[in-house]
Design a protein around this ligand. Structure first.
Ligand SMILES: Nc1nc2c(c(=O)[nH]1)N[C@H]1C(S)=C(S)[C@@H](COP(=O)(O)OP(=O)(O)OC[C@H]3O[C@@H](n4cnc5c(N)ncnc54)[C@H](O)[C@@H]3O)O[C@H]1N2
Ligand code: MOO
Length: 421
């Protein structure tokens, strides 16, 4: 694609569609990992229960296991206590008619028993338990397989391994699982004006925040962030000034060593905005510019075998383009089923006036009010270089290209921000 063709700004949905199409083709291979390494990875194939869960009928409470048919229809009944079974014990104990067994939560139900009465409701007289008529036959028993059945799919291929799924997989006794290899991603920030936190800034300089925000977003994207060789800052990402040759060398090296390169800054119209030219020279540009605000100058291309995402330098533009475009692409590379950003409906709490034809991502508080209605409150500090709004936000209101004025009370689509409460 020539540079001229490449600069037709795409609608956000079309930009994402093109990214996903290419990323789906770059699916990473499967690998077997230990369960403790599996958090946030994506299941490579269906994880099937090798056995029932729970594996045996057991007590849901501390109390007495007995036969439901022994419960009295009125008054009380005395049952002989034949022993005690703690969780983990498989002792040869069974109960017959008129008998019961002391049992703890999680303990194997003895043969013959089908009911547990909690200990608070049983009077004990020596070796006799006195149960009342109000107890329910079959109560407080967790039958084998009531949670998952042997052979059932517990986690589907393409689902992320969350803490809850880790618990289910561990409960089934599986120590390793098959997941997609993490895409290897290098972050390169650019700009002579940037200084690393902890160092002194001269008058026209500011601190590098995008390297950190991008690293933090990568950390919850299931990828492996890799060092940037000679450009490494020691903080996990690389930084380059505005030296075109240095950027060229670092881009080529990062593309040669990883699956994805993410850059920040230097992608719009300034004298030192070299990224579009360099990606075009070293590889190819799939598209440049998206009709979104913030984030218009976003570029997507490839160099060698690596995909390249060039994110605009304004800090909120970096975040918005990552969340709307890069994150879904990285998820597709991992074979994720659900790659699109999560969206909810909310009622706008104040009117909005929009004077442009791009999709707007407005920083907002999304709260459920006293009546149970989900409301979106746009925040002050919406400039793409301003962190105030995004620091306070827990979501973004997504206003489509063709929508301009919205009144208070109208329904809008909101995109929750990960990790923000
Ligand atoms: N004449 C035009 N000027 C600009 C256009 C345009 O189309 N024509 N686009 C504007 C838009 S929209 C954006 S967004 C920015 C994006 O510019 P770049 O991607 O080239 O980014 P830079 O110019 O390098 O930086 C922009 C801004 O962000 C600060 N920055 C950059 N990197 C970092 C970082 N790692 N941490 C913190 N802050 C960073 C930088 O200092 C600038 O203030 O361009 C508009 N201009
Ligand atoms: O698109 Mo820029 O990201 O508006 O500031």
């Amino acid at each position: 694609m020539s540079m001229k063709q490449a600069v037709t700004a795409l609608p956000v949905d079309e930009a994402r569609r093109r990214i996903l199409e290419i990323c789906l083709d770059r699916r990473t291979p499967m690998e077997q990992v230990a369960l403790e390494e599996a958090r946030l990875r994506v299941a490579g194939r269906d994880i099937v229960a090798p056995r029932d869960l729970p594996p045996f009928a057991n007590s849901a409470m501390d109390g007495f296991a007995l036969r439901g048919t022994d419960l009295p229809s009125d008054g009380t009944r005395r049952l002989r206590i034949v022993g005690t079974r703690l969780a983990g014990s498989a002792s040869e104990l069974s109960i017959g008619p008129g008998e019961c067994l002391r049992i703890t939560t999680g303990a194997l139900l003895p043969a013959g028993a089908d009911t547990v009465v909690i200990k608070e409701r049983v009077r004990v007289d020596g070796e006799t338990a006195i149960v009342q008529a109000c107890e329910i036959s079959g109560a407080h028993v967790r039958p084998a397989g009531e949670d998952f059945r042997a052979g059932e799919v517990v986690v589907h291929a393409g689902e992320r391994i969350t803490f809850a799924r880790i618990a289910a997989i561990a409960s089934l006794g599986l120590a390793t699982i098959e997941v997609s290899r993490r895409p290897r991603v290098t972050i390169l920030t650019t700009g002579d004006e940037l200084v690393m936190p902890g160092h002194a800034c001269s008058p026209a300089q500011i601190y590098n925040s995008n390297g950190y925000s991008l690293s933090a977003m990568l950390a919850i994207s299931g990828v492996q962030q890799i060092a940037a060789g000679g450009a490494d800052t020691g903080a996990g990402f690389g930084h380059l000034g505005d030296d075109v040759e240095r950027i060229r060398v670092a881009l080529s090296a990062a593309a040669a060593h990883g699956d994805v390169v993410i850059t920040s800054g230097g992608v719009s119209a300034g004298e030192a905005d070299y990224l579009p030219r360099l990606v075009g020279e070293l590889g190819r540009i799939h598209f440049w510019k998206v009709r979104m605000r913030p984030g218009m100058p976003f570029l997507f291309g490839e160099i060698g075998n690596a995909l390249v995402f060039c994110l605009p330098g304004n800090p909120v533009s970096t975040m918005a383009t990552f969340l709307a475009l890069v994150g879904p692409g990285l998820a597709a590379m991992q074979g994720c089923r659900d790659v699109l950003p999560r969206m909810h409906a909310a009622k706008l709490a104040t009117a909005i006036r929009k004077s442009h034809d791009r999709t707007e991502f407005l920083r907002a508080r999304i709260e459920v009010d006293d009546e149970g209605t989900c409301r979106a409150w746009p925040l002050a500090g919406q400039g793409s270089a301003m962190l105030r709004g995004v620091v306070q936000a827990n979501g973004l209101i997504v206003i489509p290209e063709s929508t301009h004025d919205l009144e208070s009370g109208e329904m809008v689509t909101v995109m929750p921000l990960p990790e923000c409460s």
